[in-house]
Design a protein around this ligand. Structure first.
Ligand code: NCD
Length: 313
């Protein structure tokens, strides 16, 4: 499968390594565009990309919006909190209504795992999953992979550790699916109640001890505690979590000399990551945000028919 032939991007589980490489390569000239003074190129003029977010977002929604605009597409947003969803309209009817207005791409976030898959089967629009419940968040993982590649020069063979609320993290799942296609050594760290019991089937090694899990790591991806998805007491208290799992500068001494720290945002400073680490030069959280725009430009460009050799600049 070629990435530029896909109708939808719903997750990385079924995306091939070559497709990921196409996105990561295309994001390089896209990043060049967004660091210029004059950021707009005409490539997607006449195309429209609608974002529909049933869950809150700062980074993902804004970066899709800007990614589309930098490529000259129109990028309307449907604000779910002020839409007819609040009058009881079903997901199916809302999506059909949007489809009849003619946008080319629907970028969708929903609290239910599988919602974008259902929509994709029932619409002619291209669908990009911007996060579905605890399932996948493919564009976040692609921007994480881009950020790692940019700093490390390779993905192959890196030791990547994901720390925190693995159970509720669509970011963790998409990272695991993506990075495992590049021969990374993958580890997860967290309280056993926040690690899916069958995680090792995905080729991942699980650790309950932060120090043991971080030892020798090239990349430490720290996750937010997803308070909105904890429907029971899965760990004794925030204080205990902080004590055992907050990643601090001293942990970097256990990792590889040039280890980097990622966080998808939003950060709970002082819970999963210390402020000192969040603001250190080893933490690439701000680069991730910029790279998120470049990677989403690459995805939109490839999905909307741009050939890899002909980026109109
Ligand atoms: C993530 C998400 O929404 O899944 N955020 C993001 O897209 N940058 C992670 C999170 O909310 O913790």
């Amino acid at each position: 499968m070629r990435f530029d032939r896909r109708k939808d991007l719903l997750g990385l589980r079924d995306v091939e390594r070559e497709e990921i490489e196409a996105v990561l390569e295309t994001a390089v000239p896209m990043k060049d565009i967004i660091t210029r003074d004059m950021k707009k190129v005409p490539t997607l003029k006449g195309k429209s990309i609608i974002t529909v977010f049933y869950e809150n977002s700062t980074r993902t929604r804004t970066s899709f919006d800007l990614a589309g605009r930098y490529l000259s597409a129109d990028t309307p947003n449907l604000t779910v909190s002020t839409s007819s969803v609040q009058k009881g309209e079903s997901l199916k009817d809302t999506i059909k209504t949007i489809e009849m207005m003619g946008p080319d791409v629907l970028v969708m976030r929903h609290s239910l795992s599988g919602a974008p898959h259902y929509v994709a089967r029932n619409t002619s629009m291209r669908v990009i999953n911007a996060g579905d419940g605890i399932n996948e968040h493919p564009t976040q993982a692609l921007l994480d992979m881009y950020s790692i590649l940019e700093r490390k020069g390779r993905l192959e063979g890196l030791k990547v550790v994901i720390v925190g609320d693995i159970l509720h993290s669509r970011v963790a799942r998409s990272n695991i699916f993506g990075l495992s296609k590049f021969g990374c050594e993958l580890r997860v760290v967290g309280p056993s109640t926040l690690i899916p019991s069958d995680i090792e089937k995905l080729g991942v090694k699980a650790y309950a001890n932060l120090e043991a899990g971080i030892r020798g790591a090239d990349v430490i991806n720290v996750l937010r505690i997803q308070k909105e998805r904890q429907h029971g007491a899965l760990f004794p208290s925030i204080d205990e979590y902080r004590e055992l799992y907050m990643v601090k500068p001293e942990h970097l001494a256990l990792a590889a000399d040039d280890a980097i720290v990622l966080h998808p945002g939003p950060m709970n400073r002082g819970i999963e990551i210390s402020t000192e680490l969040a603001e250190s030069s080893r933490c690439v959280v701000n680069e991730q945000v910029t790279n998120g725009v470049a990677v989403r430009m690459a995805i939109l460009y490839l999905m909307l028919g741009g050939g890899r050799d002909e980026i109109a600049c």
